[in-house]
Design a protein around this ligand. Sequence first.
Ligand code: ADP
Length: 744
Amino acid sequence: MATPSNLYPQKVDLTNCDKEPIHKLNRVQLFGFILVVDIKNFTISQYSTNISDFISFDKTYLNEDVSAIIGEKLSNLIMEGLNNNDLGPYEYVSEKGEHFLINPNVSNEHLILEFEPIKESIDAIAQQQQLTQIITKLDNAKDEMEMCDMTAQMVKDFLGYDRVMIYQFDENWNGQVVSEAREPHLESWLGLHYPATDIPQQARKLFMSQGVRLISEVTREAATFEPELSPLSNDILDMSKSELRAPSLIHVEYLENMKVKGTLTAAIVYNNTLWGLIACHHYSPKILSYHKRLSVKFLTQVFSTQLGLRSFNSSLKKVNESSIIRSKLVKQMSINWNIVEGLSGYDTNLIGLTEAKGAAIIMDGETTLIGQTPSVIQIENLKQWLLSEISENDIFYTNKLSSMYAEGFEYKEVASGVLALLLNKGTNALFWFKPEQLQVVDWGGNPNKPAEIGSEARLSPRKSFEKWSENVEGESLPWLDYEISAAKALKDSISEIIIQKYDEVMRLNQKLEKAYKELESFSYSVSHDLRAPLRGIDGFAQIIKEDYYDSLDDFGKSALETIITSTEKMNVLIDDILNFSGLHQKELRAGEIDVNLMINEIMKLNRVATFYPDTKIIIQDNLPSIYGDRSMIAQLFSNLINNALKYSSEKQHPVIEIGSHNNQAPVVYYITDNGIGIDMKFKDAIFGVFNRLVDESYAGSGIGLAIVKRVVEKHKGNIWVDSEIGVGTTFNFCLNINDSVINE
Ligand code: ADP
């Protein structure tokens, strides 16, 4: 069978004091009494043992109808209230003519009737006026802090407690006295912190549900119930909703250690969580009438609503400011489609989005730092650690980095707080840093010794409430909800920009490709069309040369020669342009090519021996064969060999060499000369169309190397040049196609 002693944990210590069943202790405060009624038939099932201090009552009333005590009329009224879910309070006048307030509440199958003597007459109008004044004052407070201060003072004036504190919880349920109004002779507890164990979880839960809790006298004495266990449930009565519930002995001891004799506590609930408490202490017992308690409940509600409204407004303001900054950043990023520049290159930068003091952007392997940050290497290491801690595209934040990441200790001064966003599977990342906020936390007593085990192997609360200071290291200000949301929203904007940027590049690429094709077919047709009139000019010039040459004077003769050489030059140019632009459309017709054979043919075709009799030409035997398009490869060799011959022709002993490095795959072929050389700063430019580094003394159109490059690209290969002015030039190339590529 359940008894108070076997329901109470065997031993209450810091690990289980959260489990102390403080709502089931069978203890009733002495400023009132209780009648427990069977909800089904309205008979009395239990009574508190102090009942005779207030009314004439004896055991025989047990199991009698409650109307035997409170009268038929009141009994019917309560029954009606129960059915309509509108329970009291009710006024009851005893046989002796004393007035009581009945405050009923339901606990499972029990109706608990709590009786409190009415001692003072209530001046409802005066009380209402007082409350209205309080609300108006609260409305005018300039900020949360002033509101708390005002509330503490007003509650003190209104209720007359020795000390009134506004006590605020942090995220770990440690509390801090943020406002205080007290009698002048009392020492101040303002700013003191109290560990979470001082107000254990089940006490907080009861505060939440009950709103206002009065302990009229801090004493070990309390009434209990007769019978001890409820005959209806065969268990201890659950007094969660009872105002007369007496505190647990641990709590009594805690208050005794503070020398407090009477308390009132009101829960400040905001956003469905317990924001804090209005805690009133009195150094002598103090009973507060039900109506005053109700007023405090109302006042606390007004306070909570105001608090909610104010913090909502201030966070709304911050959200608005940060969203303006975000749109600015998005605009900046869109100017050149450059994320890093957009986030760091203007007056408004990444930092402004939050209250951080530093930020970093890791984008495409580059790290950009803004403000106070760890070093690039430290940030890179941090990113690697984060990758193992959080999923690739997630958000991470802490205001105590070094407590979870040891290396963070090295730079705790600048980055105890870190908010990080990983983008693109962690290749890119954004960081915000908040510096360490060194602070001294004053505890109301040593928080590491919040309780001791007393002589009866029971928890006894700590005895000393002497101020105990602690230095807090490695912590920054916390990240606020709006900062985290702002970071998340920025992440979405960046993803959008990356997609837009990609689309834009794709669009430009397509446009460029189209323009390029159009240009090529344009130059092809123009070159083609130029051929006919050129042929005409050349034909007529030849006729004049054959039939009328002798009749021309010297100027005429030289003019005619100029016409003929110009048309030849023009013809070469047209050939080259046609070749170059035709290459694009041309399909690859690949096969195995004997390179030695091909080079010999080129030499013959270009009558190299005739035009360059002084040039020594070395061709490596057994050059490896090439797989490629015969006509294109021929053009490639021909252009490179002709250039080598041409640009070394002025040397006293011109030498050109054609060979290969076949110890690697793909094979690299080279054509070397000891000619005029090329300034290496033009190593890429020479492959562009019409780019020439020489004057008219060297014939040429400036298209040869562009054709060579295009042939190499068509064969998925590479070409590069090594050269030194006045010493010579080597062109190297390799091709990289085979059957499978051709048939793709
Ligand atoms: P070009 O018809 O002028 O020879 P190319 O496109 O073949 O046009 O070459 C571009 C430019 O590169 C040439 O004008 C020349 O300045 C330089 N060049 C090419 N090959 C050599 C080489 N073997 N030695 C020195 N300069 C060269």
